[in-house]
Design a protein around this ligand. Structure first.
Ligand code: ZN
Ligand code: ZN
Ligand code: ZN
Ligand code: ZN
Length: 296
């Protein structure tokens, strides 16, 4: 769950206006079919958003969560609870209620321009190709070396620029400058690594590897240490499960003329023990990392 208010993303603290819940369903459950959906694409996804999961469960018109409660008048509009039913009634269902009862899907479809729901997409999951062996053995004469050279020069130039500015105002000693330059260089390296990993599959929106090698960070700043990641309420450690990439922002239709919600990456840590009996939502831990001010 994410707030749509851009200002909330500038609030201090690593979690941002975001929270994440885990619902660990057994294979046989009331919500999703036991078998994976068919391979062929769904008929026409551009028409109306589905108000039901393919397994048949109704979804709340407001928030898209399970909606076991239906409007008492039209028996078509579904809601997660009384709060969203009242909200939708005030926002216009009182006028549209029952109007399309004769047929058609539009009455119980999730309304367009819903200010709560993000658009829905199917996520295609593919394994990441392992890095080709040529990447690891860098010959100083090959392309890699050629790319490095101008970058090195640029860093030196930046160093010189910072140095002269420091001398002019007499406020920064050499040690501070060195530290600043070193920090910037390290920032560059982290961001560079991020860009190189993403370049292999630029459209990626999620990287999933539960308990695996961990996330790729967009910055060397504000990365959590182990002590920053709280244990699950059951007492077990939380481990890395997946990260959400900044590319997802392009699909959420959140850009407005003013400003937009923003993140560098969102990293989700979940209970290593998969606790819970499968019928509840358990809150897990999310860490928001922003791009460092210098990267672009
Ligand atoms: Zn907010
Ligand atoms: Zn709802
Ligand atoms: Zn109704
Ligand atoms: Zn747990």
């Amino acid at each position: 769950f994410a707030c749509r208010g851009a200002a909330c993303y500038r609030l201090p603290g690593p979690r941002g206006p975001l929270c994440v819940f885990r619902n660990q369903l057994p294979r046989r459950n009331d919500t999703y079919p036991e078998e994976p959906p068919p391979e062929e694409p769904p008929p026409d996804t551009t028409a109306v958003l589905p108000h039901r999961l393919r397994g048949g469960a109704a979804l709340c018109r407001v928030c898209g969560c399970l909606g076991p409660r239906v409007c008492g008048r039209c028996h078509r509009a579904a809601y997660c609870g009384p709060e969203h039913q009242v909200l939708d009634w005030r926002r216009g269902h009182r006028r549209s209620c029952g109007q399309h009862a004769a047929g058609g899907d539009s009455a119980d479809a999730i309304p367009e321009h819903n200010e709560f729901l993000f658009p829905e997409y199917e996520i295609l999951i593919e394994p990441e190709e392992p890095e080709s062996p040529s990447d690891s053995s860098v010959d100083p004469d090959d392309e890699q070396g050629a790319v490095d050279t101008p970058k090195g020069l640029k860093e030196q130039e930046e160093l010189r620029a910072t140095g002269s500015a420091g001398k002019a105002c007499q406020s920064l000693d050499e040690e501070t400058l060195e530290a600043m330059a070193k920090h910037e260089t390290e920032e560059d390296k982290v961001f560079q690594m991020f860009k190189e990993r993403v370049a292999a599959e630029p459209e990626q929106i999620i990287r999933y590897c539960r308990g695996g090698e961990g996330p790729i960070w967009v910055s060397g700043e504000n990365t959590p240490e182990e002590k920053h990641i709280p244990n699950c309420s059951c007492g077990a450690k939380r481990i890395f499960e997946f990260q959400i990439m900044p590319q997802l922002l392009n699909h959420l239709q959140v850009d407005s003329l003013g400003e937009s919600i923003d993140w560098g990456t969102l990293v989700v840590y979940t209970c290593a023990e998969n606790c819970g009996d499968g019928n509840e939502y358990l809150e897990e831990f999310i860490w928001k990392q922003d791009f460092s001010a210098g990267s672009s």
